[in-house]
Ligand binder design. Structure first.
Ligand code: PSU
Ligand code: MN
Length: 302
């Protein structure tokens, strides 16, 4: 049985011509941003990739198929649909088997991108080790996916709602290269500097692509996390955010939010607590990541 992949017309053409392709996730659309900014952002990010000379492939599950690239109408449907499932590695097959509608997280998008032969993927932030994970065991499946699936993921680091030191420790244990771009520090999503050094630094997109290929040559499974700091003018200082994050976390605990609900709840509360500033920053950093991913994709595959 072949994987049920459906390529959009634009992606089909890119595959035929050998144009570089950049994968995009859909959970950021359905669970990461409110409508209509979610669909507006998705369109802008796709356009950023085209302007940079690559073709965007937003990935989502609909009607029992993995869609690699969405038409305008499909993107609209997804952005407005109610009750879209948030799909990670564990949920992908069941959603396909039942014909439901689902958005792919970083982990699920990596799996689908790899099935489609796409090596580079741009997003906002990856999931990681949540604060209090020593009690909740809440560690995103994104981390294990980076260790298993050969896709280079461009993100603005990990969100400050996570325990960043523990997230970096787990990535190190799993053998995932964490590569900062343009600076030595590991970026923290809305802020450029987490205060933690990144394990690796590569400033040249071609070298990042070469490192990706070299892992395959060496027989090493898994991908790379490219940590691209948010543009300076869009940054929110971590001192401003820290008390808001703490407040949102207390609320999440008080309301009994667990599992898949945690990240969407915290993002929505930060949107409210920052009067929308967290969303403006989120949009700026995703676009910045899309441009870098397109530059890396120019050099992949060989
Ligand atoms: N980054 C964002 N918005 C999001 C996410 C990341 O700016 O909505 C999503 C991604 O899809 C990521 C997921 O894979 O959150 C992580 O969820 P969890 O912590 O439940 O694994
Ligand atoms: Mn989780």
């Amino acid at each position: 049985m072949n994987a049920p992949l459906i390529y959009s017309p634009e992606v089909t053409e890119a595959r035929a011509k050998g144009t570089p392709i950049v994968a995009l996730e859909s959970t950021i659309i359905t669970h990461g941003m409110p409508y209509p900014q979610n669909v507006e952002t998705a369109r802008m990010v796709e356009e950023d990739i085209r302007v940079a000379g690559a073709v965007p492939a937003t990935i989502a599950i609909m009607d029992g198929s993995i869609h690699i690239g969405l038409t305008d109408a499909q993107l609209d449907t997804l952005a407005q649909a109610m009750g879209v499932a948030k799909l990670s590695r564990a949920d992908l097959a069941a959603c396909l088997a039942t014909g439901g509608i689902g958005a792919t997280t970083v982990a699920a998008t990596m799996i689908c991108a790899h099935l489609a032969g796409i090596a580079v993927f741009a997003t906002g932030g990856i999931g990681g080790v949540h604060q209090g994970a020593e009690h909740s065991f809440d560690i995103s499946a994104d981390l294990q996916e980076l260790a298993a699936t050969p896709v280079t993921v461009v993100a603005a680091g990990a969100k400050a709602i996570l325990d960043l030191p523990k997230t970096l420790e787990v990535l190190e244990t799993l053998g995932v290269p964490v590569i900062a771009v343009g600076q030595d520090a590991f970026p923290a999503f809305w802020s450029r500097d987490s205060g933690l050094p990144a394990p690796l630094r590569l400033d040249d997109p071609e070298q990042i692509a070469r490192a990706h290929r070299m892992r395959a040559t060496l027989g090493l499974p898994g991908g790379q996390l490219v940590a691209n700091p948010i543009p300076e003018d869009a940054e929110i200082p971590s001192a401003t955010l820290a008390p808001m994050i703490a407040k949102a976390q207390v609320e999440a605990e008080a309301q009994g939010i667990t599992g898949k609900g945690v990240t969407p709840f915290l993002l929505q509360r930060l949107f409210e607590l920052t009067d929308g500033q967290s969303l403006a920053s989120n949009i700026a950093l995703v676009r910045n990541n899309a441009r870098l991913a397109a530059a890396i994709a120019q050099h992949l595959p060989d």
